[in-house]
Design a protein around this ligand. Structure first.
Ligand code: CP
Length: 305
């Protein structure tokens, strides 16, 4: 049985295979339309989501399978005190695979230790969001044509941004990658990401608070939201929330073939006027995410065609 809790649970060869399957799904969707016939996905979301939950569900339907769902902690027996372990054991009796989002770091891991079916981490607190990372990798691969020889800029909340931590982890395994880390001092990447991943692998990186000064270097710009829900006091959130707002003016020195990504939801960190710029790829990223989740469900259920 195969779980996906952290992006490093997958080898680069397995990620390559997932990308190959994803590209085949894009080319030949009919070939996969009954691939999960008779199978059920349980989406257990104890924290709000639009994209991740709906794209998992759309992915399963497009594979010919079915979906059962918990869409909030309040609507489940978690609100009565049921443990993650018990929930995982119970849902294993109803479904063939679980996608779980939880505000507590490690909750999907606990679920995987107690479930008798595969568990996919759909985001756990400020820790990790491996399926967003797979979507990001597919987007970069399709839009840039490669996953190596890239300068990747991350901008915004790099401290609590689980999508940032997972993507740095994943990209650090490719060749000739440089990271440009742009954040307010208070929202720098955690030291475990800097020391255990970037520095341990001798990856070139710069840390700065100034986005415009590094803009000309970037092949990929990964914008992120300052996440209100991760702050302990509102004062800090209000002080930091508008630290970076990407506008057409700030892109004037960017490369013509830059791609701009954002895991979404966006609040105001990318001006709406950028949406029509050909370099804006964040809505394409949403499409690639559904395709990648189809590829992943097939892999976890062992039904690759
Ligand atoms: N990118 C992402 O995880 O979006 P949702 O929170 O809407 O699922």
């Amino acid at each position: 049985m195969r779980h996906l809790i952290d992006i490093l649970d997958l080898s680069t060869e397995e990620i390559d295979e997932l990308i190959v399957t994803a590209k085949d799904i894009i080319e030949n969707p009919k070939k996969y339309s009954e691939a999960c016939h008779g199978k059920k996905l349980a989406t257990l979301f104890f924290e709000p989501s639009t994209r991740t939950r709906l794209s998992f569900e759309a992915a399963m339907y497009e594979l010919g399978g079915n979906v059962i769902s918990v869409s909030s902690a309040a609507s489940s027996s978690a609100s009565k005190g049921e443990s993650v372990a018990d929930t995982a054991k119970v849902v294993s009796c109803y479904a063939d695979i679980i996608a779980m989002r939880h505000p507590k770091e490690g909750a999907p891991y606990v679920a995987s230790m107690n479930a008798s079916i595969p568990v996919i981490n759909a985001g756990d607190g400020g820790h990790s969001h491996p399926t967003q990372t797979l979507a990001d990798l597919l987007t970069i691969c399709c839009e840039k044509g490669r996953l190596d020889n890239l300068t990747v800029g991350f901008c915004g909340d790099l401290k609590f941004g689980r999508t940032v931590h997972s993507l740095i982890s994943a990209m650090s395994r490719y060749t000739n990658i440089k990271f440009v880390l742009v954040s307010p001092v208070e929202l720098k990447v955690p030291s475990y990401v800097k020391k255990d991943i970037i520095q341990r692998k001798n990856i070139e990186y710069v840390q700065t608070t100034d986005l415009e000064s590094v803009m000309p270097e970037l092949d990929v710009l990964y914008m992120t939201r300052v996440q209100k829900e991760r702050f302990f006091n509102e004062e800090d959130y209000l002080r930091l929330k508008d630290s970076y707002i990407l506008t057409p003016e700030k892109l004037k020195n960017a490369k013509d073939d830059l791609i701009i990504l954002h895991p979404l939801p966006r609040v105001n960190e990318i001006a709406v006027s950028i949406d029509d710029d050909p370099r804006a790829c964040y809505f394409k990223q949403v499409y690639y995410a559904k395709i990648m989740r189809m590829s992943l469900i097939l892999k976890c259920l062992g039904e690759e065609r």
